[in-house]
Design a protein around this ligand. Sequence first.
Ligand code: ZN
Length: 307
Amino acid sequence: MSTTHIDHHSFVNQKLSCALCHYNLYLQHVDNDCPECGLEIQRSFESLSKPLIIPKFSKRVTIGLCLEIVIVLSCILILLPRFALAILNWWSYITTRTPYQSALDAFPIIGNISWWNSIACYILVPIVFFLCTPKIHTAPSYYTIRTIYFFVVLIATIGFYASNGLDKLRPILESNFTSVLSKSTFDTIFQIVSMLLTAPGLFLVPISAWWLKRISIVIQKNNYIPLANTTIFIGYLYAFTILTQNIYSLTSGADAYTKWFTANTLSLLISLLYLSVGSLKILLSYKLIKNIRRDTIKQPDTSLIID
Ligand SMILES: [Zn+2]
């Protein structure tokens, strides 16, 4: 219990808001209940060091964590067909040195679902960030990370919609610029610009894991930190592997087979990394939700108060 708010006769000697009804508990005895709502004053003290037991914070963070699980689950489901194809391609190359005789391009519906899923995610991610990470001034490390998270979400969301807009404009740009540039130069420049626009989005994966770590610290669940750190680490590996794949696709020189094999191996690695980071995120979010719900202050049973 924080002792800075209590005098030596165990009376509250500073302004202290009730964690439930915000009644000022100044001059109340610490063993009493809040005169307004009946909550034990001890719990309002507890909320100073564990702000997420306050119902208004706990509710918002819990909604954010549930949405996080929905986002990750939908991305994992979308990934599964690509993962299966990468394995088939890889196995086919090892055994017969030829690509597996089918490609996802043969199933345009997968591309369509995947596109709509990205749109849905880039609506949900800003919602999770802007509505479900309350400002908690009493948790300074959480507060700083929140600011960094803010800029990453903002830049990533703008980048995502800009790159989608650019894709739609591609035919117009191509017809205008190919009179001064060669087709291959135009393609390379276009690919680099798209890559720069979408790259910040890749870092939402480790950054949101970073947010899960801060929540573990705020609820004082330090035994979740190794799990959170592993999730962050795999999240960064995932982001850098995609960047490597993008940069590799720009290089030339290797023969077609080597190039194809390397690209496919990287795809397989990216799928495996996302499956790992996604599962860890779901596990961690679930553990956090369970803890936050258990610790949240409940409305006291006022029927027991006799006056
Ligand atoms: Zn109260």
